[in-house]
Ligand binder design. Structure first.
Ligand code: PMP
Length: 396
């Protein structure tokens, strides 16, 4: 029997678990209600565990999206005229560049061709070159760029930033809780995300965890305070109060989403972070084999650059963006291209959160893509693609 509701397989928002939906679907609690205070405090404690952050790191959680989380990191860390390096792997890294320039920062960019990523050696070189002009404040990188499906390894980048005395900020909007991230062990300073991706919630929350070093950078700021709605100094007392289970107010939190987040984070932690990353890795590997059986090639130029949270897939010869509509007509919603340089040449399938724990959702997606390709006159091996979902591809 087919589900009459389309399956949402874009790279966010995504399908959410029934428990998260139930937690969200209640009459809105007050921001000072005891159950809301308890949920908020619990969320902050659980965020540290999902981020693998130190006890001294500070989680922030507020109504907004990924862009607001990016902006919160930028405005608290950078003062006008300060230098920053952006490792660019797609549309969202370019957004970071624009955001930093608007703040009056001196921004240098290290980039590779679309679908590729700069190597740590290239990043180190770019950081050293920028450092010759004067002190560098921060390095920004996108863990998974949703426009290209390119996955970066944050560990060496966080390491070389530490060595150079530079803060490191990672945009994990399309990665957090889907890709391995070890904030404390790697020494990263900010890891930010939004609720609608691998965390498995509806859109509406901006989330980040800041290291002690990052908080000190804000505390030692010489320029005028950052915009009020994003200023860590406005939010710190609120978050500390919630964690101590005291009511507090600066700006009204998205109370239903906070209730849902407590449940979502509990689901993630119940399995454990290793298992959470593994279920995304396995699903991605199986899908990668399935796409190959359908004759689809990935935008990331090497397998190790391919994200585990989404697939960015080039249209085969003779197929165009109408394929996305054909897939939708079969009851599965996937996304078109986003990166301006290749926008009309590829499409994107999200595979994160609840869907990767539901084999039937992945199978429904592969079936719809296979059928749409057939309808478009470029059939692949559908049965082999479906069979690939049953077995893990050889590692590597
Ligand atoms: N960064 C990345 C990597 C993203 O994928 C997105 C959203 N697709 C954003 C930032 C911006 O998030 P939002 O749309 O919630 O503002």
């Amino acid at each position: 029997m087919t589900d009459p509701r389309p399956l949402l397989m874009i790279p966010g928002p995504i399908e959410i678990s029934p428990a998260v939906q139930a937690a969200y679907s209640v009459p809105p609690p007050s921001h000072t209600a005891p159950d809301l205070i308890e949920a908020f405090g619990t969320c902050l404690e659980r965020m540290r565990r999902v981020w693998r952050a130190e006890a001294s790191a500070q989680p922030f959680l507020f109504a907004g999206g990924g862009t607001a989380a990016m902006e919160m990191a930028a405005v608290n860390l950078l003062e006008p005229g300060e230098r920053a390096l952006v490792v660019a792997t797609g549309y969202f890294s370019d957004r970071m560049v624009e955001m930093l320039r608007r703040l009056g920062a001196e921004v240098e960019v290290v980039r590779a061709a679309v679908g590729d990523a700069p190597s740590p050696a290239e990043v180190a070189e770019a950081l050293a070159a920028l450092g010759r002009r004067g002190p560098v404040k921060a390095l920004f990188a996108t863990h998974v760029d949703t426009s290209t499906g390119v996955l970066l390894d944050p560990e060496p980048l966080a390491g070389l930033a530490r060595e150079a005395g530079v803060l490191s900020v990672f945009d994990g909007v399309c990665a957090t809780a889907g890709e391995r991230f070890e904030m404390a062990e790697w020494g990263a300073d900010v890891y930010l995300t939004a609720s609608q991706k691998a965390l498995g919630l509806p859109p509406g929350l901006a989330l980040l965890v800041a290291s002690e070093r990052a908080l000190e950078a804000r505390a030692g700021r010489r320029a005028a305070a950052p915009p009020m709605a994003l200023d860590w100094h406005e939010w710190l007392p609120i978050h500390r109060a919630y964690e101590e289970r005291r009511p507090s107010y600066f700006s009204t939190p998205a109370t239903n989403l906070v209730l849902a987040l407590a449940v979502g984070l509990e689901e993630i932690l119940a399995a454990g972070m290793e298992a959470r990353w593994e279920v995304h890795r396995t699903a991605a590997e199986r899908l990668r084999t399935a796409w190959a059986e359908l004759g689809l090639k990935a935008v990331p130029v090497r397998p190790e650059l391919a994200a585990h949270t989404l697939s960015a897939l080039r249209f085969p010869e003779g197929v165009d963006a109408a394929l996305v509509g054909r897939i939708a007509a079969l009851g599965v919603v996937v996304a078109g291209g986003l990166h301006p340089a290749i926008k009309s040449e590829y499409f994107r399938v999200g595979h994160m959160g609840y869907a990767v724990t539901r084999p039937e959702m992945l199978a429904r997606t592969v079936r719809a893509v296979a059928r749409a390709l057939e309808d478009a006159g470029r059939p692949g091996d559908g049965p082999a693609a479906l069979a690939a979902l049953e077995t893990t591809a050889a590692a590597g």
